[in-house]
Write a protein that binds this ligand. Structure first.
Ligand code: SF4
Length: 373
């Protein structure tokens, strides 16, 4: 397949693995902050190709997984309102709230619809002028432009029955929060290529300089990731701490200026609570004052929320890179994709879901046997 097969060539992958082995003289911990990269690492057994000095740590790279339980509870409350058509991407429907999930609301008669774009929700709003239509806007900077475009168009079209429950999060403040935590043992980062396609590289340069860590903007195919790791180890061994762009076929230094302009017009930067991690300053996007009329939080009132229940789920430690999914006592037994206890088992980008899908079957296989380049 054009633009896929050439990035999955097993011989080229083995060459990169050999080059990394010959470079690494000391233990290095490298964190990826992208659920797509986590899945590729686990699916293709990339971590098992590396020398034992190199540990890959899975960071908070899945926006579904980090959406705060309180926000999921708000979504559930709105969706249960009989006057509302609630639109969401499919993977949010199984994320547990305090007592139930959006799928349970749908099963009990709520009008919860899976859409593939916020623009689908706009079309639903135009077709149902007597109903309130709410879109659940969850995501990193990657999905912010299309969500911004939906609100921009709603304003231009004078749609009064459309709003968004916004829970956008941003990657650079999360990297900074991890680096400034006392538990941090991360030596270098793979930054998400798709986020940088929108936002560019500039936000990462002060972080690399302040914390003296290399940050490699990296793609998602196996050879992208192996090359990103190679470039990261090369910097670490040389004592360098720069932002480098492995994904130059898609990422420009300034990103997508038109998308950034739209994000800056429609959204404003706010503190955001990350599930399992806590509040991170300036890590979220909310609607700006000019678009506040489309904010579902202002349009609906909410019951006082219950404090999150104690759970055996350790996804907070997994999202901070302190534990692996296989270290969770509930993994694969009490917690499966069919009966998830935490969001990291629900989302297609979640680390627990990746381990369940690709590591359960190959648990008895020798190292590297899960590779299917
Ligand atoms: S396996 Fe399930 S319970 Fe354990 S951390 Fe992952 S989501 Fe939480």
């Amino acid at each position: 397949m054009k633009y896929v097969d050439e990035y999955r060539d097993p011989r080229a992958a083995e060459k990169f693995a050999r080059a990394i082995r010959s470079l690494a003289t000391r233990p290095w911990k490298i964190m990826e902050v992208c659920g797509g990269q986590t899945h590729a690492i686990v699916r293709f057994g990339i971590d098992r190709m590396l020398p034992e000095q190199i540990s890959l740590i899975h960071g908070p790279g899945c926006p579904v997984c980090v959406t705060a339980q309180e926000t999921v509870d708000q979504a559930i409350e709105i969706a249960a309102n009989p006057e509302v058509i609630f639109c969401s991407f499919g993977d949010m429907l199984r994320v547990p709230g305090s007592n139930r999930d959006l799928l349970a609301v749908k099963a009990s008669g709520g009008d919860v619809r899976i859409v593939y774009s916020p623009l689908d929700a706009l079309a639903i709003a135009r077709a149902n002028p007597a109903r309130q239509v709410v879109f659940f806007a969850v995501g990193f900077e990657t999905t912010a432009p299309v969500n911004a475009m939906a609100v921009y168009q709603a304003k231009r079209q004078g749609l009064r029955n459309f709003s968004m429950l916004v829970s956008h999060v941003m990657v650079p403040p999360a990297i900074e929060a991890i680096l400034s935590s006392r538990e941090c043992g991360v030596d270098g980062f793979l930054a998400a290529g798709h986020v940088c396609t929108v936002m560019g590289l500039e936000e990462y340069r002060p972080i690399a300089a302040k914390y003296q860590v290399p940050i490699l903007v990296t793609g998602f195919e196996p050879l992208d990731i192996l090359q990103g790791i190679y470039m990261c180890v090369r910097q670490l061994e040389a004592g360098s701490a720069r932002v480098e762009n492995q994904y130059s076929r898609a990422v420009r230094a300034n990103g997508n200026l038109e998308a950034r302009r739209l994000i800056a017009e429609v959204f404003r930067v706010v503190p955001r609570k990350w599930r399992g991690i806590g509040e991170i300053d300036r890590s979220g996007l909310a609607l700006s004052a000019a678009y506040a009329e489309f904010d579902a939080e202002g349009r609906f009132s909410f019951a006082r929320q219950a404090a999150p229940k104690a759970s055996e789920c350790i996804s907070g430690s997994i999202l901070k890179g302190l534990k692996k999914p296989s270290e969770c006592p509930a993994f694969g037994t009490r917690c499966t994709p069919e009966m998830p206890l935490g969001a990291t088992m629900v989302s297609s980008e979640g680390a627990c879901a990746a381990y369940f899908r690709y590591r359960q079957r190959s648990a008895a296989s020798p190292a590297g046997a899960s590779r299917h380049f």
